[in-house]
Structures are given as structure tokens and as C-alpha cells.
Design a protein. Structure first.
Length: 469
């Protein structure tokens, strides 16, 4: 029972194995005692009434045993194993089994016989437990013209004589229950296979991914829980593909970002080694250019350092008291010039009651710089705005634009490392790390970073910082 399939089959079959025998025994008992015996008794009663009706028209049979025996021979109710005629005193006049008339007297229920001889009941049906077997008997009083009792028609049949019918009934019930059990096993097997096959496919696919195999999505079929598992696996495969693409994109971006300044540095060094250092003016120009290229490498190295800290969970903050209003005016000032140089409108709205917070001003400036850089880059015309105000126990700093916007399906992914929007093909710069690092810096301050955007309607990023951080 180590496999899921065998356990599922057992779970379907075990209740049937326990319940079916009990149901079979109860069903056989009910059918034999409540239906079959009742049907036999009803049939014997009808035959007894028929015999009594015929016997009432022949009063001679109640005084002459020979006539009574001939009457029974003429009546010939073959479906009844034993039939007897009793005189008003309860003696056996004639019996369909003439070789054993005393056995009729032994099987007689005296109480019912007395009641029948008194004419109190027209028909009586009873079950008599004899030494040999249980007996079903019917007593029908025969009434004369003056309502006097001429005699009694007695019909009897041993239950053992019905064993053939009982056996057929039992075999039929056993066959039905056996078929039900077999059907239960087959249904359990089918259901088990329907559950086991998707699980085997998922297990095989996971092992394939772990061993370096192909990443293939699986069809989402089966019960709801299995479909959820398959959906989770397919989502994982999709995430792995994105990460692999992001890794390749990161390497390509690193080569691109490092290649230009390093190429410029190499060119400057070769020029200096070729004698350009003898000209003071040219040497100064080359050194200043090389210094500028090294300066361009610094943001890239800072981004990679932040990524390293993000992966290791070691982002460090240098907190100190900061006046939010003064800090925001100083931080967003250079970005106003960048927006106006691109022909965009600039709007800065700061509330008068901005608090003093204990934060890392440089790290938060990095967050705002990333948000404003994206807003300016993705807005071709319109407005870039910054709004700051206190809402409840938090300071909300919102950066909004009227640019290309972000699709709703991508808004949960833009904060993932290396993720680049499908619409970023027009803006290939960057490594897809800015928003991811920005979010982690805000979380490190105890806050959160939200986005509200729609395609071609602009975006609004809101930075929430707790006042008691």
C-alpha cells in the first residue's frame, strides 16, 4: 500500500467490503421473512378460501371420510404440499398426504383450531415451530347454510420446502452485491488513475526541471485540487523562464554598461601611452574624460551593491532626523530641470505640516530618483508631479506622470528583480533592478511602495512611510 493509487482504490473498496455483507444479510432476512413468506401465506390463504367455498356446497364430505378423501383428490391443489379436512370435533377426515395423517395433528396450532371451530374467524394464518421445521399453516372454517361450522380446511407447508426459492433469492442478491463490489473496484481504479496520472506527470516534470531537463508547461486537467497544483507548477515554470531571460538580459546589460566606459578608459590610456601626456592641455582633457567615465561606473556599482544586499537581506540604513519638507525640495530639484529640459510640465505640492522623520535620507533619495527617472523617461508629453502629505499615521509621497502607463497584468511583476516590461523595448537601458531595490529600501524603513496605473493614462507611485519609524 505504498502507492497513492493502491490507497485510493482501498479507500473506495473498503467501505463496500464492510457494508455490502451486512446489507446482504439484512436484505436476505427481510426478503425471506417479510416478503417471500408473506407471499406464500397470502397464496395459501386464497387457496384455502377457494377450497372452503367448494366444500361448503358438499356437506356429505364432513360425515364420510371416503368422500372427503375423494374430494381432495378431485380438488387436486398441487401447489399446496399438504391439505387436510377436519370435522367439527377437530379430527382429520382426509389429507392430501394420506400416508401421514397424524403429522397433521402434530403440526396443528390448537388455539387457532379452537378459534376456527367456533367460527369466530374466517381465515387464520400462523407459523408453527415443530420438532423438524417451521411450518406455515392456514385454517379456514367452512360454514353451513345455518351458519354452523361444518368443518375446517387446513393447509400447511414447511419452510424447508421453500429452500429452493430462498436459494435462488440468495444467489440473486449475492450476484447483485458481487457486481456492485466489482463495479466499486473498477470505479475506484478509474478514479485512482485519474488522480495518480496528473501527479505522476507533475512529479516527472519537477524531476526533469531539477535534473536540467526542458521546462514545459503541463495541461491543467483533472479535479480542482489537481488543476491548482498544475497551475502552480506552470506558474513556477513561467517564473523560471522569466528569471532565465532576466539573467541573460542582466549579463547583456552589464556587458553594455561596462563596455562603453571601459572602452573609453582604454582609449584614453592608449593615447597617454602614445605620447599624449607630453601635451598638458590634451593630457588634462583625457584625464577629465577618463574621470567622467569612472564616475559613470559608480551608479552601476551602487546598483550591483544594492542587489547584493537585497539578495543577502543585509540592506543597511543610516538613520538620522530629516525635515521632510526641506529634504524633498532639495532632492527633487535636479529632476525638475530634467523634466523641463524634455519639455514636460513640473508640479510640486508639499503640505505645510510635513514632519521630521528618522530615516536614511540618501537611501530614500535613491528611491525618489528611481521613480522620477522612470516618470520622465516614460512620459513623452504632459506632466510629472510630486505630492507629499500626511495621511493618518503615515507620510505619503506620490510621484505621478501622464506617460505610457503599466498594464494591470504587469503591476505585480515590476517590483521583481530584472523584470522588464514588454513595452520597454523602446527604452532598452537599465537592468530592471531599480523598482525592486526601491521597494526593498522602503520596506526596510517600515513602509510600502504602491502603484496605480493604466495603459496610456500614466502611473502614480506612492511611497508610504510611518511617522514613528
Amino acid at each position: 500500500m505504498r502507492t497513492l493509487r493502491s490507497q485510493l482504490i482501498l479507500s473506495h473498496v473498503l467501505p463496500i467490503l464492510l457494508i455490502v455483507p451486512l446489507v446482504g444479510v439484512a436484505l436476505v432476512y427481510i426478503l425471506e421473512t417479510q416478503i417471500l413468506l408473506s407471499s406464500v401465506s397470502e397464496e395459501m390463504m386464497q387457496q384455502g378460501l377457494l377450497a372452503a367455498g367448494v366444500a361448503s356446497d358438499q356437506p356429505v364430505i364432513w360425515s364420510d371420510a371416503g368422500e372427503a378423501q375423494r374430494f381432495l383428490a378431485v380438488l387436486s391443489l398441487r401447489s399446496v404440499p399438504r391439505m387436510a379436512l377436519l370435522d367439527p370435533s377437530g379430527n382429520v377426515l382426509a389429507c392430501s398426504d394420506p400416508g401421514d395423517p397424524r403429522q397433521v395433528s402434530q403440526l396443528m396450532d390448537l388455539a387457532r383450531l379452537a378459534s376456527a371451530l367456533n367460527g369466530q374467524e374466517q381465515v387464520q394464518i400462523g407459523y408453527v415451530q415443530s420438532v423438524h421445521a417451521q411450518v406455515v399453516q392456514v385454517l379456514v372454517p367452512v360454514m353451513g347454510p345455518n351458519q354452523q361450522v361444518l368443518g375446517v380446511v387446513h393447509l400447511s407447508q414447511r419452510v424447508t420446502d421453500l429452500q429452493g426459492q430462498f436459494s435462488r433469492l440468495r444467489y440473486m442478491i449475492a450476484g447483485v452485491l458481487g457486481g456492485e463490489l466489482l463495479l466499486g473496484v473498477l470505479i475506484g481504479l478509474v478514479l485512482a488513475l485519474n488522480l495518480a496520472r496528473p501527479l505522476q506527470r507533475v512529479t516527472g516534470a519537477i524531476c526533469g526541471v531539477a535534473n536540467g531537463g526542458r521546462w514545459e508547461a503541463l495541461p491543467e486537467r483533472g479535479p480542482e485540487e489537481i488543476r491548482m497544483l498544475l497551475r502552480a507548477f506552470n506558474t513556477l515554470i513561467e517564473r523560471l523562464r522569466l528569471l532565465e531571460e532576466s539573467r541573460k538580459q542582466l549579463l547583456a546589460n552589464l556587458v553594455h554598461e561596462l563596455g562603453r566606459p571601459l572602452g573609453a578608459l582604454q582609449s584614453g590610456l592608449q593615447a597617454l601611452l602614445s605620447g599624449a601626456d607630453k601635451d598638458p592641455g590634451l593630457r588634462q582633457e583625457l584625464l577629465e574624460g577618463m574621470d567622467g567615465q569612472v564616475g559613470r561606473l559608480r551608479p552601476l556599482l551602487d546598483t550591483l551593491a544594492d542587489l547584493h544586499g537585497q539578495v543577502l537581506g543585509t540592506l543597511e540604513l543610516n538613520r538620522h532626523d530629516v525635515d521632510a519638507g526641506e529634504w524633498l525640495r532639495r532632492t527633487v530639484g535636479p529632476w525638475r530641470q530634467a523634466a523641463e529640459d524634455k519639455g514636460l510640465k513640473w508640479q510640486l505640492t508639499l503640505a505645510d505640516d510635513l514632519p521630521v522623520l528618522k530615516v536614511d535620507a540618501d537611501r530614500l533619495a535613491q528611491v525618489l530618483g528611481n521613480l522620477l527617472s522612470n516618470a520622465i523617461k516614460y512620459t513623452q508629453e504632459g506632466t510629472v508631479s510630486v505630492d507629499a502629505r500626511v495621511q493618518g499615521e503615515e507620510l505619503a509621497i506620490a510621484v505621478a506622470d501622464t506617460g505610457i502607463g503599466i498594464d494591470a497584468s504587469e503591476q505585480a511583476q515590476i517590483f521583481e528583480p530584472f523584470y522588464r516590461s514588454r513595452r520597454d523595448k523602446r527604452f532598452p537601458q537599465g537592468m530592471g533592478l531599480g523598482l525592486s531595490i526601491a521597494r526593498d529600501l522602503v520596506v526596510a524603513h517600515g513602509g510600502r511602495l504602491d502603484v496605480d496605473s493604466a495603459l496610456d493614462q500614466g502611473s502614480r507611485f506612492t511611497l508610504w512611510l510611518p511617522l514613528d519609524a
